[in-house]
Write a protein that binds this ligand. Structure first.
Ligand code: GLP
Length: 259
């Protein structure tokens, strides 16, 4: 099962996950990070620069989960731009080593396969950061996505477009299509770290961690993975039936065991 760590707030979650990433970068300088966008991973990205101060990050590689299709290149809310702004620049990473799925219409038919090949050539993702949508999606794998799916073009649900409208001038500006790593792609990463904050995520977190494994809740795919860490604040953990057990487990975690 997933290890569930219930933390006081976003800053505590960010520090915990950033510490593990910094450890990986120190021990494996060409580590392959799986990068998520959205607001959830920001506390991790904010905590990282201080922990990586003086650490050689020039060989760190990264793959983003997803991108909007057909979004104007350079649009501030394209995930390519978000990754540049939130991750590449503050951490001083080599932009040539950080890839985002190519959402431009020219070549979109083979963009998914190209991305899969690149991840495989890099030896796979070592640590994949994940958020979760209110409808249980991870990456942009909306309900119904196959557990075997690979990087491909998907149609966003209206719910996701409304959720993401806050990043755009209006919901009409949110693209209808995206290119996203599949659930099968995500499940190949060596370690999945799913973060969730706020009451709006409580139902999705409980369904993903403790509910039935079903394509109707794409996040439930994490139950099929051998190494998953879920880091949630109290509000996002509020609907977990086994919260007391998770707290007990974490409080009694053997010192030799990392996350
Ligand atoms: C977005 C992204 C996901 C993200 C999720 C939650 O649509 N494609 O990668 O995890 O929805 O977003 P947020 O973290 O802003 O709540």
């Amino acid at each position: 099962m997933a290890e569930v760590i219930i933390v006081a707030d976003k800053a505590a979650a960010g520090a915990l996950v950033a510490e593990e990433i910094a450890r990986l970068v120190r021990t494996t300088p060409d580590v392959v990070l799986g990068l998520a966008t959205g607001s959830t991973p920001l506390p991790v990205y904010e905590a990282l620069p201080a922990l990586l101060d003086g650490v050689d990050v020039s060989r760190v590689r990264g793959f983003a989960l997803d991108e909007y299709v057909g979004i104007t290149p350079g649009h501030p809310e394209s995930y390519r731009e978000v990754i540049r702004r939130e991750v590449i620049e503050p951490l001083g990473l080599d932009p040539a080593r950080i890839r985002v799925p190519d959402g431009s219409l020219d070549g979109i038919e083979h963009a998914g396969e190209d991305y899969e090949r690149a991840i495989t050539a890099a030896g796979g993702v070592d640590l994949q950061i994940l958020g979760i949508g209110t409808d249980g999606h991870i990456g942009f794998n909306e309900p119904g996505s196959s557990f075997g799916s690979l990087t491909r073009v998907k149609t966003l649900t209206e719910q996701t477009r409304e959720d993401n409208a806050r990043f755009f001038d209006s919901v009409d500006d949110v693209p209808r299509h995206c290119i996203t790593q599949g659930l099968g792609t995500i499940l190949r990463a060596k370690h999945l770290v799913l973060l969730a904050f706020g009451a709006g995520k409580a139902r999705a977190v409980a369904a993903a961690v403790e509910g039935a494994v079903t394509a109707s809740v794409p996040g439930s795919a994490i139950q099929l993975h051998p190494h998953v860490t879920v880091v949630a604040d109290e509000a996002a953990a509020a609907e977990l039936a086994n919260a007391d057990y998770y707290r007990y487990t974490f409080a009694n975690k053997p010192a030799w065991q990392g996350i």
